[in-house]
Design a protein around this ligand. Sequence first.
Ligand SMILES: NC(=O)c1ccc[n+]([C@@H]2O[C@H](COP(=O)([O-])OP(=O)(O)OC[C@H]3O[C@@H](n4cnc5c(N)ncnc54)[C@H](OP(=O)(O)O)[C@@H]3O)[C@@H](O)[C@H]2O)c1
Length: 253
Amino acid sequence: MNFPVLVTGGTGTLGRHVVPLLRDAGHPVRVLSRRGGPSGAGVEHVTADLSTGAGVEAAVCGTEIIMHLAGGQKGDDEATRTLVRAAQRAGVGHLVYISVIGADRVPLGWLHTKLAAEQAVAGSGLPWTTLRAAQFHDLVLSMVRGMAKLPVVPVPGGLRLQPVDARDVAERLVELALDKPAGQVPDLAGPTVYPMADLIRGYLRAAGKRRPLLPVRLPGKAGRAYRAGDNLTLHGADTGTRTWESFLDGLGL
Ligand SMILES: NC(=O)c1ccc[n+]([C@@H]2O[C@H](COP(=O)([O-])OP(=O)(O)OC[C@H]3O[C@@H](n4cnc5c(N)ncnc54)[C@H](OP(=O)(O)O)[C@@H]3O)[C@@H](O)[C@H]2O)c1
């Protein structure tokens, strides 16, 4: 019997790439989100809230593989524990989680919640796989777009990113989900490490804008961690193939 693959957050930036890949691989898909969406063509949308637990048990029922992609600015630890409890009760065969590179190194509240969520998955007693990815191009775009609205663009000195395309992350995650549970797998980053200024300049060029850049210093422990490159995996990471420049070209700005 072909059980549906449950994709939490299947309506989000990453989830929207994951769902069609699962369909192409011949799997029925159940998407869990708070707002839902139109079901059809092998994709069933269910509404549930991982923060309150409402609807989660029913969404998990009858699934063998869960890809847990739902996330937000806060509360991913509690939300993941709620999902894990439902998955334990249902005896799920493979729980796949997407986390962020540096979750164990950069001292920021939301990264602490990602690490706690990783621990909930790894300690669940269920077969699991966790992939840490770098920032998606879409996230970097929304950051630099916001910064470029200012007449002078502040550039955090020493901050480097290795952004990855959400399509590359989706392809890797689906491969992992349909394979045997693998525990913590090598991180996935983009093909190039960029100083923040280069990412901003790339965007300004693609958008036909001109702005002066103003170096600023990121304060505190988190600033030190970023300057030390704790948000990067410079050795041993897998890399996606799609570049920041090709992502920008594809937007037709
Ligand atoms: N963005 C990045 O650069 C990046 C990098 C590495 C890892 N990640 C991780 O990848 C995952 C997906 O990121 P994304 O950028 O695709 O996120 P996104 O675009 O913000 O999408 C979030 C998804 O989660 C759902 N969701 C949020 N809170 C929920 C809740 N309480 N209950 C049920 N569903 C909920 C949202 O739908 P509703 O709002 O309708 O509920 C949506 O489908 C997250 O875990 C994130 O931490 C992201």
